[in-house]
Ligand binder design. Structure first.
Ligand code: 13P
Ligand code: SF4
Length: 390
């Protein structure tokens, strides 16, 4: 006897693009009600308001990776963030002990728009880092280097760190992670964000002369001399965030002139010159925390992604909150996740089609997990104080 299975038709994205936000929102809520605790929608703080309104949990990269690691009942995570975040969620939610507790059942991780990448993560390809590692090995003993990757990187780079005794960090725990690395070796290769690496290491007392920048496109030794490599403590990968790179020292000076008493609060992905001038700096989590804990009448100019700053402004009308730059700078890739993509991916899920599933290949996942678990252990006791520029 032949059994004919009638596959439900996949719902096409184009149909959703023409719908009004109001309709999309009520359809998203209908799916959430139907799937209950089996569905977890995670939203990064930089996500647009319309989308973040539908998230069960929101946070910065560190909080979201913890939430994915701790998820209990959910069987599907829809990640309203960018690609590396969805990969991390897949690795953590499907690690061996979690899989065993669910009798092998995987958590499906969905990224509503696959084009939501991260330009910084794209600045370090695993082949480039492997080539750099080999080149470094011509000059120094690579067993004396701890590779540290910012979580804003492809899973392949996290796996590289796992294999080579290295670790992952987020902007929330870069300090404790670097401290861990320096207990292991006297040298660190930090990628892909030079600014986070530099800003963090400077505050740990590493002199700037011992932080050469590695340009992966330079013909030799990342554009450095052998002496510079031998003298290095932190080798900084030449990568940056296109959003945070926009903030300049003159923006700080202008706002201080325009608004007497204003305090400058910036993310450590900003260039050193900006962080040095700021009154305080910290991860997205810390920025939110500082504003939430500030008294009425506080005046802030904030140097981080625009959607978050605008949301803080709305949530704290009793404070005077300015965006640090005079121009618009938002995370254009994160912005790709809109209500149409969210509704489309959710309704496909209900119709039996899992679209845009992010599943990291097993070997990469295994080694990435090694580096991620080192990070989760190091920062299980979270820093609670806000770092101040020296
Ligand atoms: P955090 O979420 O760690 O603050 O990092 C900011 C960022 O750029 C996310 O991509
Ligand atoms: Fe990447 Fe910067 Fe966007 Fe974060 S804000 S996802 S680092 S481009």
């Amino acid at each position: 006897m032949t059994i004919t299975r009638h596959e439900p038709a996949r719902l096409e994205l184009a149909l959703y693009k023409s719908l009004e936000n109001e309709e999309l929102s009520s359809r998203i809520e209908a799916v959430r009600a139907q799937l209950g605790s089996g569905l977890l929608i995670l939203g990064h703080h930089y996500q647009q308001d319309e989308v973040i309104a539908h998230s069960d949990l929101r946070g910065d990269s560190y909080q979201l990776s913890r939430l994915a690691a701790d998820s209990q009942d959910c069987r599907t995570i829809v990640f309203c963030g960018v690609h590396f975040m969805a990969e991390t969620a897949d690795i953590l939610a499907n690690r061996p002990e979690k899989l065993a507790a669910r009798s092998g059942e995987r958590v499906t991780v969905i990224l509503p728009d696959l084009a939501a990448g991260c330009s910084m993560a794209d600045m370090a390809a695993v082949e480039q880092v492997e080539a750099a590692w080999e080149d470094l090995g011509q000059v120094i003993d690579t067993s004396e280097i701890t590779p540290v990757t910012y979580i804003n990187s492809a899973a392949g780079l996290k796996a590289f760190c796992g294999r080579h005794g290295g670790i992952v960090c987020t902007s929330s725990n870069a300090g404790p992670v670097l401290k861990w690395a320096f207990q292991r070796t006297r040298r660190v290769l930090f990628f892909p964000d030079q600014h986070l690496g530099r800003n963090t290491a400077l505050r740990m007392g590493v002199p700037i002369e011992q932080m050469p920048v590695w340009n992966p496109y330079a013909p030799e030794l990342g554009g450095n001399t052998e002496e510079a490599i031998r003298a290095s403590r932190v080798l900084l990968w030449q990568g940056h965030c296109s959003v945070h790179q926009v903030f300049r020292p003159e923006h700080v000076q202008q706002l201080r002139l325009q608004v007497p008493g204003i305090k400058i609060l910036v993310h450590p992905e900003c260039p050193r010159e900006v962080v040095d001038l700021a009154d305080a700096f910290g991860s997205t989590y810390k920025i939110v925390q500082v504003v939430e804990q500030s008294p009425s009448g506080s005046k802030w100019a904030i140097g981080t992604e625009l959607h978050l700053v605008n949301r803080l402004k709305k949530a704290h009308p009793d404070q005077e909150i300015h965006f640090l730059a005079p121009m618009v700078c938002m995370c254009a890739t994160m912005y790709r996740i809109d209500l149409a993509h969210l509704c489309w991916s959710l309704e496909n899920l209900v119709a039996g089609h899992r679209v845009n599933v992010i599943q990291v290949e097993p070997e990469t996942s295994r080694w990435s997990l090694v580096a991620l678990e080192r990070m989760l252990q190091v920062s299980s006791v979270r820093e609670t104080t806000l770092a101040s520029p020296t």
